[in-house]
Design a protein around this ligand. Structure first.
Ligand code: SAM
Ligand code: SF4
Length: 354
């Protein structure tokens, strides 16, 4: 058996006796009645931007090639998730997933699985201009592009790279390649782009993109998150209301972390993900796989299960299935950010997959 315990706090969940309270189902159920059907897969922790709420300007320590799952290892885990554990949605993320060599082949292999999962990508959009057609052809269904500002100087301040025009070109190419819907993720940073909510929504509505604002979360690698600096969901909604009439969207929210609002009577909508101030953990349907093969039951989990170690010591599929099920069964009720004892995961967002 591989050594599964480390200072990162890995679960050796598959080694423990099965919990008799867990229902006898292959699905990724937890103690609170949730079922994880949405697998977020981080393909790399590396990135070509350095967004200030995500990473420091310098000094990131990247995973080494040998630490990352190979394409074969990754596809074995994806296949188990889809064919044995009831996962129906795959989202590739990172770090920046477009930096993963062979992304198109990974998407194509995932699209051949039966039942066919839905496949999406969360990206900063750099390089998408050249790859959108191939990705759509490989079977990518949808994508989210992160864009926090429409001003070049602000983009450079936030991301520490002068690449706004690449992101905008990537968005255009994604639309031309038929990828739909295109969602935009925006994080507002006080004093830099916190006055831009209205302009971002006008831009998104004009282009037919679905915009979602995300509250800043304590997942930055430099651990500089400050609750008092965060632009809250309430502030975002108030700011949008200076220019638009917003009514709550009464459609079933499903497992979406975003609260949805109808804009000026619809059909345009805007989403606000208030992870910190309006948590929606009770509806969560996610399970996460990091680039180095760790399963996490939550973005904010402080323990993880080392499937890479299992893969590399020759474990069979049944063992991996059990380890994954046990990890999700142990999922906490909520992220605990607002609890006095909250402590930030040692693994930053860029190494988990946002
Ligand atoms: N590089 C890709 C991108 O930026 O879309 C994928 C990975 S990134 C970690 C995924 C999403 O997380 C992005 O929309 C980004 O804005 C968001 N994000 C990163 N750090 C965050 C933080 N501390 N709080 C809230 N959202 C964050
Ligand atoms: Fe890179 Fe995405 Fe993090 Fe920005 S948010 S630094 S694009 S991983």
């Amino acid at each position: 058996m591989p050594q599964l315990s480390s200072t990162l706090g890995h679960h050796g969940a598959h080694e423990a006796a099965p919990d008799p309270a867990r229902p006898n189902t292959p699905a990724l159920v937890d103690r609170f009645g949730r079922v994880a059907t949405d697998l977020r897969i981080s393909l790399t922790d590396r990135c070509n931007l350095r967004c200030m709420y995500c990473m420091p300007a310098e000094g990131m320590k990247w995973m080494q090639a040998a630490q990352l799952l190979s394409d074969d290892e990754l596809l074995r885990l994806i296949t188990i998730a889809v064919t044995r554990l009831g996962v129906r949605e795959l989202r590739f993320t990172g770090g920046e997933p477009l930096l993963r060599r062979g992304l198109e082949d990974i998407v194509a292999a995932s699209a051949r699985l039966v039942p066919r999962p839905s496949i999406s990508l969360t990206t900063n959009g750099i390089g998408l201009e050249r790859r959108a057609i191939a990705l759509a052809g490989a079977g990518l269904d949808r994508l989210n592009v992160s864009l926090d500002t429409l001003h070049r100087d602000r983009f450079t301040s936030i991301t520490r790279r002068d690449r706004l025009s690449d992101v905008l070109a990537g968005l255009e190419a994604a639309g031309a390649a038929g990828l739909s819907p295109i969602k935009i993720n925006s994080v507002l940073v006080r004093g830099i782009n916190s006055d831009e909510a209205v302009a971002l929504l006008r831009f998104a509505l004009g282009k037919g993109y679905q915009l979602r604002f995300i509250e800043q979360m304590p997942l930055d690698a430099q651990r500089a998150w400050d609750r008092n600096e965060m632009v809250t969901a309430e502030e975002i909604v108030s700011s949008l209301r200076t220019a638009f009439a917003l009514e709550p969207d009464t459609r079933d929210r499903g497992a979406s972390p975003a609260e949805s609002w109808l804009v000026d009577g619809g059909p345009g909508r805007v989403g606000v993900i208030g992870t910190v101030t309006r948590p929606f953990c009770i509806g969560c349907d996610r399970t996460r796989l990091t680039g180095d093969g760790q399963i996490r039951s939550c973005l904010f989990a402080t323990t993880e299960t080392d499937l890479r170690a299992l893969l590399r010591c020759g474990a069979d599929d049944d063992t991996i299935v059990r380890a994954w099920q046990d990890t999700m069964w142990a999922k906490a009720a909520g992220h605990g950010i607002n609890d006095p004892g909250f402590f930030q995961s040692r693994r930053p967002m860029s190494a988990i997959g946002g």
